[in-house]
Design a protein around this ligand. Structure first.
Ligand SMILES: Cc1ncc(COP(=O)(O)O)c(C=O)c1O
Length: 298
């Protein structure tokens, strides 16, 4: 049985669903119209094994309507798998609507960029729990975690909850600099996206909106100048304790830029993973890069 990939996801997640097993149907906008279409397919008899989505998605930070997805999953018997790497369980709790939650622990859970790892949480209240647990135990799970990696991952994660609070507020501080700036065409962040209420439905009482944001400038030249001038680390990961900036779409979708654009993902998007630096220092760096970008078309 095929699966559904709902919303524009991290590049490898979609590729894996497409290349291994029976494949997937891709709903790249992750919109309510996409859900209408999925519902129509389901009502006309199409069946799926599972629906995979991110909460929020990478790199547009939009959120799917998880409550509606859950209703469809209950009615038409498919599993819901939510990747909450970007939201993180310190900010959101999607367990009530997910059969499985997956998360990259390589990112902010570790923060130190010196160890990789991932987790899959099987929801004990899911109707698929015992089946998933059996399959996991008997066919899938292999303890390949190198002992020293486990030690580093545990040690790094000890202050995860404190770090995420600082990262949430630093990200909002950077958004304040970027929002409504004349060079910025679109700023993508869960707090300001139109899907904010879908995020808020799963936000913990003290949860924030995470450390990832994406910027689209009015002109590609401004994006280039901003990226070059921004005095932070540059690289493709996210969730590092230090601020990390990346031309994400060029790196992840270089051979399919038009395809990404068809889902509203701009080739010149600059993605920023916000770190733990002093907020004043970060604001200054972003203002300085914007000043350089403002000269790009002169
Ligand atoms: C949302 C999301 N899920 C999963 C991953 C993969 O993480 P890892 O490299 O730790 O497997 C990434 C990587 O960027 C991601 O952005």
């Amino acid at each position: 049985m095929r699966s559904v990939s709902f919303g524009f996801p991290y590049v490898d997640s979609l590729k894996i669903l497409q290349k291994f097993g029976p494949g997937c149907d891709f709903y790249g906008h992750g919109s309510s119209e996409d859900l209408d279409d999925l519902e129509t397919r389901l009502r006309s008899g199409q069946r799926y094994l599972g629906l995979f989505c991110e909460f929020p998605g990478n790199p547009l930070l939009t959120c799917p309507d998880l409550n509606r997805i859950r209703q469809l999953a209950d009615e038409f018997s498919f599993a819901v798998v939510v990747d909450e790497t970007i939201g993180t369980f310190a900010n959101i709790n999607v367990l009530p609507v997910a059969d499985i939650i997956v998360s990259s622990l390589t990112k902010i859970f570790s923060g130190d960029s010196n160890v990789m790892g991932g987790s899959a949480v099987l929801n004990p209240r899911s109707r698929y729990y015992s089946c998933c647990q059996k399959i996991m135990r008997e066919y899938i799970y292999e303890d390949t975690f190198w002992a020293e990696d486990a030690i580093f991952m545990e040690r790094n994660s000890r202050d995860f909850l404190r770090r995420i609070v600082r990262i949430n507020s630093n990200a909002e501080a950077i958004c304040d600099v970027l929002r409504d700036h004349t060079l910025v065409k679109n700023l993508y962040y869960p707090l300001f996206n139109s899907s904010k209420q879908l995020y808020d439905a799963f936000r913990l009482p003290r949860g924030g909106y995470g450390g990832l944001l994406s910027i689209v400038f009015n002109h590609p030249e401004q994006a280039k100048a901003f990226y070059d001038a921004l005095d932070t680390a540059k690289g493709p990961s996210l969730g590092t304790n230090f601020t990390l900036c990346s031309p994400y779409v060029l790196l992840a979708h270089y051979h399919e830029l038009q395809w990404a654009a068809d889902f509203g993902v701009n080739a010149d998007l600059v993605r920023v993973s916000v770190g733990l630096e002093e907020p004043g220092e970060l604001r200054l760096k972003f203002r300085q890069a914007l000043q350089v970008a403002a000269m790009a078309l002169r």
